[in-house]
Design a protein. Structure first.
Lengths: 259, 65, 419
């Protein structure tokens, strides 16, 4: 039996040594295998779509065995639609994980937090391992945790923007206050940004567009892998957020103590 | 008349397994929803479609953020 | 440093031979005491993991492992982690006390400005069914017992309210038969007439009881765990409902579930290892805050004091410097919580600590029963009940108000609209 890794990421009782969740959108099937391998990813997101009778290629044939599939509910505009997609995803027979994505906004693709809470509650009741994608709001994160989420996935920046940790302060609050893995999702555009998220104490980073739009996709996957591992090490090593305090001239405060 | 993935088909009376084969779907790689309810794979052979049924056949594809 | 154990055991000449024999058995024969983990049948058990988390962290904590390097790192961090807090509570942090105080003051002013709240406690009964060996109210201690009537309570409240006080903390000894929930409810309803803010420090009770008292007007519940060290607790709380350690631990959570606005916590410093007790107290707040983020939280920091019939009780190794260190660590780790410093401490200490991290100070204090008018006006008003412990700071509300203002602080009597 494999020895338990001292720094493993546990989501819904499943253990992962990699902290890089890879998206599989926006690039060709032939590149997926190399991307997964070079990323060292153990979890890959996939979408659920109407099957096309003209194409007979199955994405599952391109994903190395042993990799956990994280189906998302992209396309859902309401909690009910997300629940429906999640059930279909489970029927496809690749486990109980689901990443909830509910967008009512086609321009910015920002997640609908209220509907996401509803869907999380329903799917957690049905035994799914629920990983909701959300706009980083502490109250919502708490509600997601009470609703049974296995992790919380706040966005760093608008999806596909590659802008990095635009919501940094708010993600930090989630990391500090929520007892679930906080996985930074959406908007991470470079390995440096992924590293920074990990240094903050994020449990994992998800990336897709940053790789899909890179000049050499497998090489960028490998760069992300190293950056995420480095950020994790820095976090574990106890990187301090040093606050520079100017020398404040102040009367001694403890002079009144006599013993 | 039956609707499969949005398209009308003359498939009433056929089993789900039969229409999957006829349309060229790989039954191992898809999930089927009939009138909003998921149909278990074990029931594909015995479930016969009736007039007015709405069937969705889905599979995984690339997706991320 | 005083490391001698306190000698708590005092025999009253008024006890019958049978009572004395039972007392001695309880004191010396652990096998005749009740299991402190076993709830009484009427006690509600709630589903919560807070206790396990707090106790696991406390058991793991070895303060001697922390060095000046850890303390330095903790003070350099913008946010104080649990590990940082452990370093600040350790002996290694003692030389950093002034720097901790400066940091604590900046955290306090960030969250509370320069305000300090004033309140007064009102003991309405001193009957008690517990035998807690260090407490003046314990059932074997020979003291004058009294329970105020509703008229007596109203009279005391009027005297206190006339002094300008707007917040009251109602206390009883822990006797559910003498001071039942309905009686406490009556006191809360009266208090709502005289005060804007009503706190309770009474025996732990079930959620339904707390809900009832909240409806009667109470909005803050304080329960001191005394010590989080179960082994030690068992040797100090020999008899009565208070012996049930987990039921006491869960009191604040039940109160919050019942809709109370805030809850208060404390260990009684000097009973056991103060490093561990201070850690557990703060983590008790920390984990409950994560579960009930809407609630207000406050910490107290009582040290052991002499009681009637036992002048020798003292806080052992918890000196004023140590107490100051603990309070600074509390403030740095939990910048948003209220910190109450009671009249057990001297006027000098309370003036000093209010400039650093205390946000709530009692004034015009009596820990006896029915003696406010006498204390406030010099006019004797008849029967009174004995005090729970000796106080060290006897300042009136007016004096306290003036002293706080002259320390550069803004005394506040109430900042809360009852809703």
């Amino acid at each position: 039996m494999a020895q338990k890794n001292e720094d493993s990421l546990v989501i819904g009782g499943h253990e992962f040594t990699s902290r890089f969740i890879l998206g599989s959108g926006k690039y060709s099937l032939e590149l997926i295998k190399a991307a997964v391998e070079d990323a060292g990813a153990q979890m890959v997101t996939v979408a659920v779509r109407r099957a096309n009778t003209k194409e007979h290629e199955n994405i599952l044939d391109y994903i190395p065995s042993g990799v956990t599939l994280l189906p998302n509910t992209s396309g859902a505009r309401t909690a009910d639609e997300a629940v429906r997609i999640a059930r279909l995803a489970r029927e496809l027979g690749c486990g109980d994980f689901v990443k909830i994505e509910i967008m009512r906004d086609t321009k910015y693709l920002l997640p609908d937090n209220a509907e996401t809470i509803k869907a999380t509650e329903q799917l957690a009741k049905e035994g799914f391992i629920v990983m909701p994608y959300m706009y980083p709001d502490l109250n919502v994160a708490r509600d997601l945790a009470s609703a049974g989420a296995a992790a919380v996935m706040p966005l760093a920046a608008p999806i596909g923007s590659n802008k990095g940790l635009v919501t940094k302060e708010f993600i930090q609050i989630l990391i500090d206050e929520i007892d679930l893995p906080i996985i930074v999702d959406a908007g991470i555009g470079s390995p440096a940004q992924a590293c920074e998220a990990m240094q903050m104490g994020a449990a994992a980073v998800m990336a897709n567009t940053a790789l899909a739009t890179a000049g050499n996709l497998p090489l960028m996957a490998s760069a992300f892998r190293d950056a995420i591992a480095a950020g994790r090490k820095a976090y574990r090593a106890g990187l301090g957020r040093v606050l520079r305090r100017g020398a404040e001239a102040s009367d001694p405060l403890t002079g009144f103590l006599h013993d | 008349m039956v609707r499969i993935n949005g398209e009308p088909r003359e498939a009433a009376g056929q089993s789900v397994a039969e229409i999957l084969v006829a349309a060229g779907y790989d039954r191992r790689a898809v999930a089927v929803e009939r009138n909003g309810a998921i149909l278990a794979k074990a029931d594909y052979d015995t479930t016969r479609l009736v007039d007015g049924d709405v069937v969705e056949v889905v599979c995984f594809m690339g997706g991320g953020c | 440093m005083n490391t001698d154990e306190n000698d708590f055991l005092i025999d009253s000449g008024k006890l019958s031979a049978a009572a004395l024999a039972k007392k001695h058995r309880l004191e010396h024969d652990p096998s005749c005491r009740r299991d402190p983990m076993e709830y009484f049948p009427e006690m509600e058990q709630i589903d919560s993991d807070v206790r396990e988390r707090v106790i696991t962290a406390m058991d793991d904590y070895d303060e001697s492992r922390y060095t000046a390097v850890d303390v330095r790192r903790a003070l350099d961090h913008e946010h104080c982690s649990i590990e940082d807090f452990k370093a600040l509570l350790s002996t290694a942090a003692a030389p950093f006390l002034e720097e901790m105080a400066q940091r604590a003051r900046s955290e306090t002013s960030r969250h509370f400005g320069n305000t300090v709240y004033l309140f007064t406690p009102l003991y309405i009964a001193n009957y008690c069914e517990n035998y807690c060996v260090y407490c003046g109210f314990n059932c074997y201690n020979d003291i004058d017992r009294l329970q105020l009537t509703p008229e007596g309570i109203a009279h005391e409240m009027k005297v206190i309210a006339d002094s300008g006080m707007e917040e009251i903390l109602i206390l009883t000894g822990e006797s559910r038969t003498k001071s039942d929930v309905e009686y406490i409810g009556t006191a809360c309803k009266l208090a709502r007439k005289y005060f804007k803010n009503v706190g309770l420090e009474v025996y732990p009770m079930n959620t339904d009881d707390y809900r009832y008292l909240h409806e009667c007007g109470a909005d803050y519940v304080t329960v001191f765990q005394e010590t989080y060290d179960l082994k030690k607790y068992e040797t100090l709380h020999l008899l009565g409902h208070k012996r049930v350690w987990p039921y006491r631990f869960e009191a604040q959570e039940r109160a919050l579930r019942a809709g109370m606005r805030g809850v208060g916590f404390s260990a009684l410093l000097g009973l056991s290892d103060y490093h561990k007790d201070a850690l557990a107290t703060a983590l008790h707040v920390y984990y409950l805050q994560r579960r009930y983020p809407q609630a207000e939280f406050s910490l107290s920091c009582p040290r052991l004091r002499p009681i009637i019939n036992n002048e020798k009780i003292n806080p052992r190794d918890v000196s004023e410097r140590v107490l100051c260190q603990i309070l600074c660590a509390y403030r740095i780790f939990l910048p948003y919580v209220g910190i109450t410093v009671s009249s057990r401490e001297t006027a000098k200490f309370r003036n000093g600590i209010a400039r650093i991290c205390a946000t709530k100070i009692s004034a015009g204090v009596s820990t006896g029963i029915g003696d406010h008018e006498e204390k406030y006006t010099g006019q004797e008003t008849g029967e009174t009940g004995d005090a729970q412990f000796e106080i060290a700071d006897t300042r009136s509300i007016a004096n306290m108000y003036g002293d706080m203002a002259s320390e550069g602080l803004q005394p506040v009597l109430n900042d809360y609209l009852y809703v």
